[in-house]
Design a binder for this molecule. Structure first.
Ligand code: SF4
Ligand code: SF4
Length: 202
């Protein structure tokens, strides 16, 4: 029947409208900002940078590989890479970002930066109250503003953060085993090398 879908939709709306006076489950909205719904684990708003240890700057996981900057569809990530290196989360010397900005007024929350990052360094935050009257840079967040601890990450996305920690721990075990094997191999090679002739010998 012509218009059947519209009638069904209107009936459903009317059912929810009347029902909302009698059943709390049919109340699908809250009176924000006085009332707020509890944050849910699956919520994703804008990205942040994860750091380990107490020091946000030294502990940033980001190694300035710039993959996220290249892959970001609206090009709202701006990175400058260091000239020197510092140890990353698994102790490997890596470059780091001397500048890492995200223009969240342009970010479209697509999460591509998170998906392409090989270092688990950038994740999605659930903070959404970021309105500002500063039109000139108020929403251009720098690396200090973007940096949030791994504990914070666990607080907002516990399941995902636990999976990431397990992966990084497994990588660290593998890297440690590799470097121990390299040390042993070099010691064995040194022991097998013939001793140099004694000084003054013929
Ligand atoms: S969420 Fe998407 S748009 Fe926003 S910074 Fe990441 S890649 Fe860019
Ligand atoms: S956040 Fe990840 S992908 Fe982006 S530069 Fe840092 S390490 Fe590379």
């Amino acid at each position: 029947m012509l218009g059947e879908g519209i009638l069904k939709g209107m009936a459903e709306t009317a059912r929810n409208f009347v029902g909302s006076y009698f059943s709390a489950e049919r109340m699908t909205t809250v009176e924000y900002p006085e009332e707020r719904i509890a944050p849910i684990e699956a919520a994703r708003v804008f990205p942040f940078l994860v750091y380990d240890t107490e020091n946000w700057e030294a502990g940033l996981r980001c190694v300035a590989c710039q993959i996220c900057e290249k892959e970001c569809p609206p090009k709202c990530i701006f990175i400058e890479k260091s000239k020197d290196k510092k140890p990353d989360a698994i102790g490997k010397p890596q470059f780091y970002p001397t500048r890492f900005d995200i223009d969240i007024s342009v970010c479209m929350s697509c999460q591509i930066c998170v998906e392409v990052c090989p270092f688990e360094a950038i994740k999605m935050d659930n903070v959404f109250e970021l309105a500002t009257d500063d039109r000139f840079g108020g929403l251009l967040l720098d690396r200090k503003e973007l940096a949030k601890s791994n504990e914070y990450y666990h607080g907002i996305h516990p399941t995902e953060a636990a999976r990431v920690d397990a992966r990084l721990a497994a990588e660290k075990v593998k890297a440690d085993a590799k470097s121990t094997a390299a040390v042993v191999a070099s010691a064995v090679k040194g022991a097998e090398r013939p001793a140099p002739p004694a000084a003054g010998g013929v």
